[in-house]
Design a binder for this molecule. Structure first.
Ligand code: OSB
Ligand code: MG
Length: 368
């Protein structure tokens, strides 16, 4: 595969409602898209980096810079046998996994389109639809949270994830549990907002019958998660801490978690995400597919990933309408709490040119 040109495009996507987490409030997404033009056709990838380095160290302008200066020059310099060779081609660049993931996804998309193979089939997917959950931000008040959750329950979502932080945890959790009953699949995500001084407080989460508690402590603090997992009955799940298959295996073996949230961007791409899936399966740990407020482009690839056999818990693979009034692809629409796995070649969908042009804020073309 010879890469002739790489286009870096930024788009502005307003959210249907503000999304507040322990690390801040998002009201719109500033998203970097990567398009590769190769001798076998074109391919697309969505970079999940947020506008600011508040979820991880990466941020959208930094991702674009590292692509422009370090990653893209390596792929336009000489032909690649396959997208599988990108990781070694750019291994001199430390980190920047979200930037690498976006480029790898675009290359994979081009390669699989040329081979008329879907990403789901390529990765080893076994389902043609996936169970969907929804991530619910911190609300202005408990009644407003309950109303928002009611809307999602009525739309058919199979699992609710509440964002929590100190001061917004037991009360909203208990209100949602009381309103929707014990059968509601309910989990929480702290995005690193707690410390080990909160261990006794977090132990009280056991009363809520949660599926899991996601990433209560800092990304680097595996030991704190080991201590919590030894203290509470609620399964501990890692998100931010899992940056590779090796780090997933290490965290599991140390007893830091018994569930893993898999996000391709966070681990450097869908190929590494499949390896995270594999090591978790080998260690008997269920996984679920996380999300980063993707457009239909990134969502299509996430749904493909979620079709692998070890993804036994509903993912943050919600419908397009959860975040966007108008998506840049054909929208993903919930059907009985599930999304269909794209069956077309590559990641499955393509941006709608007219919508894409309307939301584009900048564009650059990189060549050898
Ligand atoms: O921690 O899972 C997270 C969004 C941005 C950054 C981090 C996270 C999230 C979400 C939203 O929870 C998941 C989604 O896209 O539906
Ligand atoms: Mg999370």
């Amino acid at each position: 595969m010879k890469v002739e040109m790489v286009e870096l495009r930024r788009i502005a996507m307003p959210l249907v409602r503000p999304f507040r987490t322990s690390f801040g409030t998002q009201t719109a997404r500033d998203i970097l898209l990567v398009r590769v033009v190769t001798d076998v056709g074109e391919g697309w990838g969505e970079c999940v980096a947020l506008a600011d380095p508040v979820y991880s160290s990466e941020y959208v302008a930094g991702a674009q810079q590292v692509l422009r200066q370090y990653l893209v020059p390596q792929v336009v310099a000489a032909p690649l046998g396959s997208a599988r060779q990108l990781a070694s081609r750019v291994s001199a660049v430390i980190g920047h996994r979200m930037a690498k993931a976006a480029l790898e996804t675009a290359l994979l998309d081009a390669e699989l389109r040329a081979a008329s193979l879907s990403l789901a089939a390529y990765l080893g997917g076994v389902r043609d639809r996936v169970d969907c959950g929804v991530s619910v931000g911190i609300a202005p008040s408990v009644p407003e949270l309950v109303d928002e959750v009611r809307g999602y329950v009525e739309q058919g979502y199979r699992r609710i994830k509440l964002k929590v932080e100190p001061g917004w945890d037991l009360e909203p959790m208990a209100a949602v549990r009381a309103e929707f009953g014990d059968d509601l699949l309910l989990q929480v995500d702290a995005n690193t907002a707690y410390t080990t001084t909160d261990l006794r407080h977090l132990a009280r989460f056991d009363d809520l019958g949660l599926l899991l508690i996601e990433q209560p402590f800092a990304e680097e603090d595996i030991e704190a998660h080991v201590r919590l997992a030894a203290t509470i009955a609620t399964p501990v799940c890692l998100d931010e801490s899992v940056v590779s298959a090796a780090s997933a295996a290490d965290a599991i073996r140390r007893g830091a978690c018994s569930v893993v949230n898999v996000k391709a961007g966070r681990v450097g791409g869908y190929l590494e995400a499949a390896r995270v899936h594999d090591v978790c399966a080998a260690l008997g740990v269920p996984v679920w597919c996380g999300g980063m407020l993707e457009t239909g482009l990134g969502r299509a690839a996430n749904v493909a990933l979620a079709s692998l056999p070890g993804f036994t818990l509903p993912g943050d693979t919600s419908a397009s309408s959860r975040f966007y009034r108008e998506d840049i692809t054909e929208p993903f629409v919930l059907e009985d709490g599930r999304l269909p796995v794209p069956q077309g070649p590559g990641i499955g969908g393509l941006p709608l040119p007219e919508v894409l042009d309307r939301v584009t804020t900048s564009r650059e073309e990189l060549r050898a």
